[in-house]
Design a protein around this ligand. Structure first.
Ligand code: ZN
Length: 149
């Protein structure tokens, strides 16, 4: 966040932004298109999250990236009343940290937005939404799924 440190940014970071590693680079590159990719093991044909170098079940190293449905269900939820960091940029009110089980069967720790925090409940269906990060990536978030019209 300090100016003149070499890396140019489009806007100031307003949250802690996840680092990119060689293993997570394809995931973060896809978020620039607002696409949520899951790793799949070619041997088990099972999804993997978070991104890893090998399948945690069979240690297969041949993993491939496939788009996720973006649908999920809240498995656990907590409301955070204190900001993540004691900085002026982190002054948002209470926010929801939730464990979301994706339709594919893997769990993602994320935030649920677009609804009052106290209304997020276990079992709530949610869909993917995005929060722009300062470097062009987007952070996956979830919001309550709207009933089909
Ligand atoms: Zn496997």
């Amino acid at each position: 966040m300090s100016p003149g440190s070499g890396e140019s940014v489009d806007m100031p970071a307003r949250r802690m932004e996840p680092p990119v590693t060689p293993v997570t680079e394809p995931f973060w590159a896809a978020t620039r298109r607002r696409e949520f990719l899951l790793q799949w093991c070619r041997r088990c044909d099972e999804p993997i999250f978070y991104p890893r170098e090998v399948c945690p079940r069979c240690l297969e190293a041949q993993l491939e990236w496939r788009p996720a449905s973006g649908r999920g269900t809240v498995n656990a939820v907590s409301v955070q009343h204190r900001p993540a960091m004691p900085l002026p940029a982190f002054t948002d009110g209470p926010y929801v940290v939730a464990l979301v089980e994706l339709a594919e069967g893997v769990c993602v720790m994320s935030n649920v937005t677009g609804t009052p925090p106290d209304e997020v409940t276990v079992g709530m269906p949610v869909t993917l939404t995005w929060e722009a990060l300062s470097d062009g990536r987007n952070l996956p978030q979830f919001q309550p799924a709207r009933a089909a019209p």
